[in-house]
Design a protein around this ligand. Structure first.
Ligand SMILES: N[C@@H](CCC(=O)N[C@@H](CS)C(=O)NCC(=O)O)C(=O)O
Length: 227
């Protein structure tokens, strides 16, 4: 049966963007379902047939549903050939994929210091120290680690693994874009990650991605949690 890809996610960049950039780079069409009412009913209230999912984003292909963003990215990477070509790299990619998602989750949490379910706009003042600590202490630690991993492969001149683009390069590109967008000053001052910055620019200038970022299909970052 022919594939019939659908992404169900809120009408914002957020975690959905990890998945969109994989489709874009692979040149594969997908339906982007971003109607909040539909997402609430089908995903959050569990009104979907098949294997139960809980939170968006959800990837659908016919009756097949999959949630958990890092799992979806790995799944699509494998499907679309954006995947390491040896076993060591496969597992290291898995490790880095999980780490990237830890980073974005921690960043998001700092915007929700009082209550992580309540909107940021109801805790702006109280959460300031958490954001400050994230930017000054934690963000540099994560970014230095990503730089170190990058440098370990071909001196950081190409991809994260071997000589081919994988889903993890795209995931890393997305969190670096999110970091720059949310914390432009800290990003500009981060002179300790020169290779990582070049990597981000290199990824973003890939033809399909560059065209996507300029298009109105690409949703802006919300500016209230790196997402
Ligand atoms: N670990 C999950 C987290 C999913 C998640 O927290 N989704 C958010 C949007 S980015 C959501 O809609 N959460 C609804 C809620 O917590 O009520 C993933 O990576 O997909």
């Amino acid at each position: 049966m022919a594939d019939n890809w659908e992404l169900m996610y809120w009408p914002l960049a957020g975690r959905g963007e990890f998945i969109r950039v994989i489709f874009v780079e692979a040149g594969i069409e997908f339906k982007d379902t971003d109607d909040s009412k539909v997402i609430t009913e089908k995903v959050k209230e569990g009104k979907m047939e098949g294997f139960p999912v809980k939170f968006p984003p959800v990837l659908c292909n016919g009756d097949f549903h999959l949630s958990q963003t890092p799992t979806i990215c790995k799944y699509l990477g494998k499907k679309f050939g954006l995947y390491p070509d040896n076993e060591d790299d496969e597992w290291h990619a898995d490790q880095l994929n999980a780490t990237i998602h830890d980073y974005i989750a921690e960043g998001r949490l700092s915007f929700h210091g009082v209550n992580h379910i309540m909107t940021y706009f109801n805790q702006i003042e109280e959460t300031k120290p958490y954001i400050e600590r994230f930017v000054t202490e934690r963000m540099p630690m994560w970014l230095k680690y990503f730089e170190k991993v990058l440098l370990a492969n071909n001196g950081g001149t190409g991809f994260m693994f071997g000589n081919k683009l994988t889903y993890v390069d795209l995931g890393l590109m997305h969190v670096l874009r999110a970091t720059e967008s949310q914390f432009p000053d800290a990003w500009n001052d981060a002179d300790y990650i020169p290779t990582l910055k070049s990597f981000k620019d290199r990824m973003c200038s890939r033809p399909r991605l560059a065209a996507y970022f300029k298009s109105d299909k690409c949703r802006p970052f919300e500016g209230n949690s790196m997402m």
